[in-house]
Design a protein around this ligand. Sequence first.
Ligand code: ZN
Length: 451
Amino acid sequence: MTSRLLVRGATVVRPDGRTGADILAEDGVIVALGRDLVAPPDTVEFDATGLHALPGAVDTHVHFNEPGRADWEGLATGSRALVAGGGTTFGDMPLNNLPLTLDGPSFDEKAAIASQVSQADFALWGGLIPGNVNALPELHARGVIAVKAFMSDSGLPEFPASDDYTLLRGMEVAASLGMIVAVHAESDAITRGLTGATREVGRRDAMAWAASRPVLAETEAIARAIHLAEATGARLHVVHVSSGRGAVLIAEARARGIDVTSETCPHYLTFTDEDVARLGAIGKCAPPVRDAEERARLWAAVASGAVDMVVSDHSPSPPSMKEGDDFFAMWGGIPGVQTTLGTLLEEGPAHRLGLETVVKLIAFGPSRRFGLTPAKGAIVVGADADLALVDMRDRRVVTEESLQYRHPQSPFIGRTVRGRVVRTFLRGEVVAEDGAPVGEPRGRLVRPNRA
Ligand code: ZN
């Protein structure tokens, strides 16, 4: 039997505009968009008058840490938080989980668990580390959306940084496959040297830690990665760009014809280094949150279209790993998968970001880059009926109680977000209602469309 959903009267937001329209889905796929659609009597109807229909967010950068470290987050709790915040698809990173996603069997293991417990559809990343270049074809065949390499210490001994030779070889193999290589771009030499020098003079505070990972460490690594991508013809993506200067460097390379994209995260757009000094460990991430001037540059880059997507880099840990006085020693990583949409809706207008741009940054941009269109990322006929119905009149303060994370910690607690997510639909079925996940987990693996 065909299942049908008719969402009536919403303002449908696309990257290029918005219209008042009904949305009709059959068996989870959008089959019609238009005014006053007529549907068979067995159709489930939802009156969305006064609400905006956005495509479900596609958060291609999360660390849900399962298998192996599900006590840090988990595929069930992480995906429940995602749908509560209006997301419908995530891309899980290859590290923090154990085994690392470095080959076919580890991919299969994670995919099998997520298929059982995930509230949202999911894509998986593979890893590139010294010694596993030969596994890239196998990861590609499994359907990873990209492979990720660190250019500096990942903080996890089991996931070492890629030296330039590993990056070169990895990009050569990736180029032959048409696979994207993503880099955490910070210079290992610069961050390592400055860390040693800072610790030697006895500094352990947040500002000293941030100073040990300057913008220069990011731009130097980005420039080197671009150089390698240009030489090898590899498709490059730079994760969590923290600085406006880094984003501009990438946009300039793209203008020269290099296949390179960038993402940034809500925390780089929201906080400053001084906020982190006040927040403490919960505001620690690498690259670090920058000063107000650099944050303004980053907003300008986002507003100009230089940044392709905004993703959460949701990276939680048990609270015990965020304790102590030594900012260098604490675990870095910011939990934010539930608040990305609300943060951008709240902060965006002051920086000339309309709803259309927000939709592009959190849904269409990542879907297009990682090959998940046309099924994901836009409300169009033929796409999955992945929808966030949002009441834009609503503004509220993020509370610990509202967060669905395993550990309800976040630097966004106490901040105002806009746009209550009234319903989240995944392939035509409700997966969250008024900010709370509902129903059985029904997430499926999605793979890049290579057509
Ligand atoms: Zn990350």
